[in-house]
Structures are given as structure tokens and as C-alpha cells.
Design a protein around this ligand. Structure first.
Ligand code: B12
Length: 224
């Protein structure tokens, strides 16, 4: 099968919400000599993008999006062992993500992470109810440009301030941009908490994240 058809099959498997088809299409694409990066960027990710557009138009809903994520991961898992995770040139930027402490909602982050990966971010997922010091340790270890805080409730959104303060006290605040995500947060409130931006939609967040990374790079260049 020629490359364009293989890529179409990969993207189509995500749109058709088929885990088995995504895995089989990834195997076939690898066997045909396509690189893991082409499979992810031009195949699986394009499928996720299409699903995201349908979600924005209210043509599909969260249950379908979650199955699309499963299909995306089924394809990704086939090619993952062949990716050099340390090859920074392949990724647009590295991000550390975790749900703020006190908050056990998992679904939003489970949807957002594959969307961010599909958009070219290398994502280190710290999980749910993440203590402040774990964010600090992860920034030291992984040196991301972006920190994503999953903040799904008003009550625990207040913890954003404590997390940002811990990052500041560790002397790391000017190394990263911080974006909050979830239904209970807006950009203005996030900034009042010391973060840089917020989004309640993973696909919209990607544009904001790209802009934050670009701003950070400019600031770092100006400081150098
Ligand atoms: C499912 C659910 C639960 C499940 C969670 C299951 C699970 N494993 O996640 C259960 C039943 C456990 C639960 C518990 C509670 N819940 Co609840 N829950 C929900 C519900 C119905 C759906 C959440 C969801 O999955 N949405 C779908 C996802 C895909 O959307 P999303 O989270 O917004 O994510 C999108 C974006 O925000 C973005 N995104 C997500 N993460 C990130 C991260 C970054 C960095 C970025 C940039 C973007 C981003 O990408 C996603 C795709 O676009 C919402 C109501 C609602 N309609 O939102 C309430 C809701 C979030 N829950 C709420 C509450 C209050 C609770 C409880 C306190 C209830 C209780 N009294 O016990 C407990 C919390 C316990 C705790 N300590 O955390 C409130 C929060 C209200 C508020 N403003 O504070 C809500 C809004 C319901 C309500 N209207 O009252 N909940």
C-alpha cells in the first residue's frame, strides 16, 4: 500500500474509533518503511485533530473522544519502542503535566495528554493529586518549558497558588510557563494565581501553549 493510503488508514482508524485497526495500521505502516514520526505526526495525530474538530462542532462527545484516545494510544504503543524519547529535535517542546493536589478527576487529563502529544509536545505525566514538591522535582529532572496543571474544581483551584509559589521558591519560575486546564478556571483567575494562562479545551490549549513557549524562548534569549 502506498504511503498516503497508509497514513489515511491510520488517521481513519482514530476517526472510526478502532483500537485494533489503529494498531494494525501502525504495524502495516512500519512494515512498509514509514518512520515512527511520520506515523504519529501525519497519521495518528491527524486523526486526533479530525476528532477534535468534530468535538468543537458538537458532532462527537466526550465518550467518543475517550475511545479515540484509546485508539490513538493503541497505534502509538506500536511505534513507541522505536522512538528516541531523548531526541529533542523531534518535539516542539517538553511539558510536565499533573492534576493539582486534592483533585482526583482523571478524564480531562486523559483526553488532553494525547491531544498535546499529537500536537508535538513531549509530555511527562505526573498523574493525579500531585504534591507541589513533585512538580518542583519533575521540573528539575526533566527541564520542561511548560508546566500543565489540571484544575477541575474551584475548591482545589486555590492550590494553584501554592504550586506556583513552590516552583518560584525553588528558583524555577523563570524556567517555565504554567498553564491551567479544566472547566473551573479562566485565564484571568489563573494569572491571579501566578500561572500564565488557562484553557477549558485541549485543542484550543495547544495554540496557547505554543504561544507561551515562544514567549518563554524570547524571554530566555533576552536574559542570555
Ligand atoms: C466525571 C466527574 C467526576 C468523577 C471523576 C471520575 C474521573 N476518574 O475523572 C467523580 C464522580 C469521581 C467526581 C468526583 C467529584 N467531583 Co466531579 N465531575 C465530573 C464531571 C461530571 C465530568 C468531568 C469530566 O470528565 N469532563 C470531561 C473532560 C474531558 O473535560 P475537562 O475535564 O474539562 O477536560 C478538557 C479541558 O478542560 C482540557 N484539559 C483537561 N486537563 C487539562 C490540563 C491542561 C494543562 C490543559 C491546558 C487543558 C486541560 O482538555 C479536556 C478536553 O478538552 C464534571 C462536570 C462537568 N460537566 O465537567 C464534575 C465536576 C468537575 N465535579 C465536581 C465536584 C464538585 C466533584 C466532587 C467534589 C463531588 C463530591 N461532592 O464528592 C468530587 C471530587 C473529589 C476530588 N477530591 O477530586 C464539580 C466541580 C465544581 C467546581 N467548579 O468546583 C463539577 C464541575 C460538577 C459540578 N458542576 O458541580 N467527579
Amino acid at each position: 500500500m502506498p504511503a498516503p493510503e497508509l497514513l489515511e488508514r491510520l488517521a481513519g482508524a482514530i476517526v472510526r474509533l478502532s483500537k485494533s485497526e489503529a494498531a494494525a495500521a501502525a504495524e502495516a505502516a512500519l512494515a512498509a518503511g514509514l518512520s515512527p514520526y511520520t506515523i504519529i505526526a501525519d497519521g495518528l495525530s491527524r486523526g486526533m485533530q479530525t476528532v477534535g474538530e468534530a468535538f468543537r462542532r458538537n458532532e462527537v462527545f466526550i465518550p467518543e473522544v475517550l475511545v479515540a484516545c484509546d485508539a490513538y494510544y493503541a497505534g502509538l504503543n506500536v511505534v513507541k519502542p522505536l522512538i528516541d524519547q531523548n531526541d529533542q529535535r523531534r518535539f516542539f517542546a517538553k511539558m510536565v503535566i499533573g492534576t493539582i493536589h486534592g483533585d482526583i478527576h482523571t478524564v480531562g487529563k486523559d483526553v488532553a495528554v494525547p491531544v498535546f502529544q499529537a500536537a508535538g509536545f513531549q509530555v511527562i505525566d505526573l498523574g493525579t493529586a500531585v504534591p507541589d514538591q513533585q512538580f518542583v522535582a519533575a521540573i528539575r529532572e526533566h527541564q520542561p518549558e511548560l508546566v500543565g496543571l489540571g484544575t477541575y474544581m474551584t475548591a482545589t483551584f486555590m492550590h494553584t497558588r501554592a504550586t506556583v509559589d513552590a516552583i518560584t521558591e525553588a528558583g524555577l519560575r523563570d524556567q517555565v510557563k504554567i498553564i491551567c486546564g479544566g472547566p473551573s478556571v479562566d485565564a484571568e483567575t489563573a494569572r491571579r494565581m501566578g500561572a500564565d494562562d488557562a484553557s477549558d479545551n485541549a485543542w484550543d490549549a495547544v495554540e496557547k501553549m505554543r504561544a507561551l513557549v515562544a514567549a518563554l524562548r524570547q524571554e530566555k534569549a533576552a536574559r542570555a
